[in-house]
Design a protein. Structure first.
Length: 94
């Protein structure tokens, strides 16, 4: 899981730098943010198994937040940046 989070944060550093790594405390982060980051990291992996896990995590985060209307601002920001990134990654895998 640490590697998956690292892939996600490395990607975010380049394409959407809104995490300040020196002060980022993942143990105090909302669980839904961790799941979204894990989903992104899994999508970025080079293995089909992780990619499939990333899809499952993404669906879970989406169903538990957007579909039920439980959408704090940080989550909407994350998903708004996350979803286009995943679509781009998915197109590149084909």
């Amino acid at each position: 899981m640490n590697q998956i989070l690292r892939w996600a944060l490395d990607y975010c550093d380049i394409y959407m730098p809104f995490f300040h790594r020196p002060t980022l405390n993942l143990s105090r982060s909302p669980p839904v943010l961790l799941l979204a980051l894990c989903s992104l990291g899994a999508f970025l992996s080079r293995t089909q198994e992780y990619y499939e896990v990333g899809k499952l995590l993404h669906r879970h985060v989406w169903s538990q937040t957007i579909e039920v209307g439980n959408n704090p601002v940080f989550l909407l920001q994350n998903l708004s940046l996350h979803t286009p990134s995943l679509q781009s990654i998915n197109r590149n895998r084909l």
